[in-house]
Design a binder for this molecule. Structure first.
Ligand code: FAD
Ligand code: DLZ
Ligand code: SF4
Length: 506
């Protein structure tokens, strides 16, 4: 039996199910850099360079382990530019008896793969992706028949399933979730930990030249490039996080600080999502730190919840709702994405900071994504699909299975509340409480209306007014609707006029 094992760019794990099912003595691995994947959205230059370099290093690792690997570079003669074209070319060249592939992370690619058996006339075996904690059929079973798919209940099942932070059948410390302790504002700190920087080696430098030549007009700065591109370096980056930042990860999880793009975050999603790090392994390492008394429980629990809770949960939601989820627009928002999401040219200090660091590092932490770029788009009524394409293209960790539910569901409430229990709408007060951006901003966060008012303020109240029929019944929004109703008519008019003036300028 000779197999062609296709390994996709986000499947860079030796434990991959397709590799486990194959035989290195007889089978051939195929890895391909293709134009279609680099441009289905116009990915950040750093993201393309990161992935191509990580793929090339992984191909070397596979060869070291005795695999025969056909690696097609983007500029190789005859590269057809698509997965389907490259698989067809490899079938023609090697005449395998079957194709084996681990299921794709994105629905778009799964549809391509579904067509290959008929198009190529040979069996195509698609195997489950065992790198996730929750198999998709288990998620489906959990979800069926529930009205509300709340992450918290799913997360508890994952704690029981993995045994992480469990004392018998009880959660460690007596509580499942220590989020209430994780909302402190951070203070500037000269000794703030930073993710380690890895100098580009010859392979990365070659890839960077290719990316500049082929995708030079994509968003984002290619240099300086400092991501890990091998498993060993990704593990070193994670170890540095555990030692230096994890102890304060919980406390400052929701904080934002000017000039500090990373704070106490792990900056590992790009490694987890392409397979350089294993989700369960990093959780076990964090649990061990707590067991050894080196990190507090709120930090360990907060971190583990993001991975076996949120990360697994959004993947389940994605596969439960696709296709179709990408078109949801419950609030009927149609305004185009403002230019400053690409240029950072705005007087709003919080948005300028988030977009600038996104351009520089292909990274923003969760609260910047959710409560700055996300909340602004929500209260300004931006088309969720345009916003989805923005998030999918600008972050090094972005793949549709994880990005789409976070954008359409959590951030934009475009699924009508399937995922989030309320819209993440907020005025400037939230950003002021959790960051130091407002102190240097041209706008006044305390003013609700007028030319100098923080734009989040009129937009927030205008959002409540515009959507009261859709969100007023939500118990978590009812209080804000009542507050709006108590405003004098003149104030309501000023809010509407200020909001219109902000939107006009977009
Ligand atoms: P940390 O804050 O250190 O968290 C540790 C890990 O937990 C992350 O690496 C990640 O794997 C996981 N995690 C944390 N929050 C989430 C979440 N909400 N959903 C899934 N996993 C989570 N994450 C992506 O991996 N890819 C995306 O494309 C992506 N798009 C997002 C879009 C929006 C609008 C929002 C609000 C969030 C998005 N997230 C996405 C989730 C989260 O913002 C990132 O995982 C996180 O910022 C990555 O940085 P980190 O590794 O420093 O994470
Ligand atoms: C994101 C990406 C990019 C930019 N380029 C490639 C590529 O050339 N070859 C490849 O195998 N994968 C790439 N990827 C990752 C794929 O888009 C990802 O594997 C699919 O979205 C399936 O999840
Ligand atoms: Fe952002 Fe408003 Fe604060 Fe300026 S005042 S930084 S726009 S929240």
């Amino acid at each position: 039996m000779s197999r062609l094992v296709l390994v996709l760019g986000d499947q860079l794990s030796l434990s991959l199910s397709s590799l486990q099912a194959a035989d290195k003595a007889h089978d051939r691995v195929l890895m391909v850099e293709v134009h279609e994947e680099a441009t289905y959205v116009r990915h950040h230059k750093k993201k393309i360079a990161f992935l191509f370099s990580a793929m090339r290093h992984f191909a070397k690792e596979l060869r070291r382990h005795g695999w025969t690997v056909d690696y097609v570079t983007l500029d190789a003669a005859g590269n057809t530019g698509s997965f389907s074209g490259e698989v067809a070319r490899a079938v023609e060249a090697h005449r395998p008896e079957r194709i084996v592939v681990t299921e794709a992370g994105e629905w778009r690619v799964s549809q391509m793969i579904a067509g290959w058996e008929a198009a190529l006339g040979l069996p195509v075996e698609v195997l489950p992706d065992a790198r996730f904690v929750c198999p998709l059929p288990v998620f489906r079973e959990w979800a069926v028949g529930r009205n509300a798919l709340r992450m918290e209940y799913f997360y508890r099942d994952m704690r029981r399933r993995t045994g992480l932070l469990m004392e018998g059948d009880k959660p460690a410390g007596g509580e499942w979730n220590y989020d209430a302790e994780n909302r402190k504002a951070a203070a500037p700190d000269l000794f703030m930990p930073r993710p380690p920087m890895f100098a580009p080696d010859a392979i990365t430098q070659e890839v960077m030249a290719l990316v500049e030549a082929r995708f030079g007009n994509h968003f984002g700065d290619l240099e300086p490039f400092a991501f890990a591109v091998t498993r060993a370096d990704a593990e070193a980056a994670f170890a540095a996080f555990v030692k230096r930042a994890l102890p304060r990860f919980g406390d400052y999880q929701d904080a934002m600080l000017a000039g500090e793009p990373y704070l106490y975050h792990a900056v590992i999603a790009q490694y987890l999502n392409c397979g350089l790090l294993d989700p369960l392994e990093v959780c076990r390492a964090v649990e061990a730190e707590w067991q050894a008394g080196r990190v507090p429980l709120n930090a360990a629990e907060g971190f583990i919840r993001q991975i076996i809770g949120w990360r697994e949960y959004v993947r389940g939601i994605y596969w439960l709702t696709m296709p179709g989820y990408e078109k949801r627009n419950f609030l009927e928002h149609t305004r185009p994405l403002p230019d400053f999401y690409w240029t950072a040219e705005t007087d709003m200090a919080c948005l300028r900071a988030a977009v600038t660091q996104t351009r520089e590092h292909a990274y923003a932490h969760h609260i910047q994504r959710l409560m700055v770029t996300g909340t602004f788009a929500l209260i300004a009524g931006i088309d969720p699909h345009e916003l989805h394409e923005w998030y999918l293209s600008v972050y090094a960790d972005a793949y549709e299975w994880v990005e789409l539910p976070n954008t359409v569901g959590m951030s934009q409430f475009a699924d009508g509340g399937l995922l989030a229990s309320k819209p993440y709408a907020a005025s400037g007060a939230y950003i002021n409480r959790m960051s130091n951006y407002c102190g240097t901003c041209r706008y006044d966060v305390k003013q609700r209306t007028g030319a100098d008012a923080c734009p989040f303020n009129p937009l927030y109240w205008d959002f409540i007014a515009r959507h009261r029929s859709k969100i007023g019944g939500n118990p978590r929004m009812a209080q804000m609707v009542r507050t709006y109703d108590k405003f004098a008519d003149a104030e309501k008019t000023r809010i509407a006029q200020s909001a219109a003036a902000v939107l006009e300028k977009l």
